[in-house]
Design a binder for this molecule. Structure first.
Ligand code: SF4
Ligand code: SF4
Length: 205
């Protein structure tokens, strides 16, 4: 008789607790992947990510390039015949990856999300020029990419040199509340990083 294989259900349980989603309902029809606009650009596609979570392949699930490419368009969730919130699972995996320091270095999309967040907290709403400047500063070789697009946006009044302030106090209060909830979730879930094989944890920053 073949030996039993132990499956690590850490992430599947986190998804069940935090989202109320049971990834084991997925039968790999791949409708989510077929409708995903960024599936062809990633290392894995949505159905493969769900499979990785089912099988407890934590390295594949939380270190995947794809989870940072996901735009949150929710097409996958609306197409799933099992009504799994696939987009919500991607959110959960990003949160785990970030909190556990498992985001590999070559994930500019993860950096942009952080710049977005910093900007919204600082100004109360997104300040696009700051976001672009930080991104370009980190990647000087891409300095002139999209320059023409930037000029066009200025011309149409879509970009402003001055920040537009939102309710910063309210924003900070909201962020503090979310951070508290996330810390409670992380504590309930336990450390995911410690359960990864050494090879999988190699790209962590
Ligand atoms: S659409 Fe739903 S059931 Fe089909 S592969 Fe995707 S997650 Fe699984
Ligand atoms: S939410 Fe993400 S995974 Fe789902 S279809 Fe959109 S880009 Fe793809």
């Amino acid at each position: 008789m073949a030996p039993a294989v132990a499956i690590d259900t850490t992430v599947a349980r986190a998804v069940a607790t935090d989202l109320g989603e049971n990834v084991y309902k997925c039968y790999q029809c791949k409708r989510c992947t077929a409708g995903c606009p960024v599936a062809p650009l990633g290392d894995l596609h949505p159905a493969q990510i769900i499979r990785a979570v089912q099988l407890g392949d934590l390295a594949a699930a939380v270190e995947s390039r794809f989870i940072w490419l996901c735009t949150g368009c929710v097409t996958c969730s609306t197409r799933c015949p099992q009504e799994i919130d696939v987009a919500g699972v991607m959110d959960e995996l990003r949160a785990i990856s970030w909190q556990e320091g498992l985001v590999p270095k070559d994930r500019p999309f993860a950096d942009i999300l952080q710049y977005n967040f910093d900007s919204i907290v600082r100004w109360g709403r997104l300040y696009e020029i700051e976001l672009i400047a930080r991104y370009k500063f980190m990647r000087p070789r891409a300095m002139m990419d999209d320059a023409l697009l930037g000029v066009k946006m200025f011309a149409k009044g879509k970009l402003s040199l001055r920040p537009a302030f939102g309710d910063r106090r309210q924003m900070k209060r909201m962020v503090a509340e979310v951070e508290k909830i996330e810390a409670e979730r992380a504590a309930a879930r336990g450390r995911v990083a410690a359960r990864l094989a050494p090879a999988g944890a190699g790209g962590a920053r």
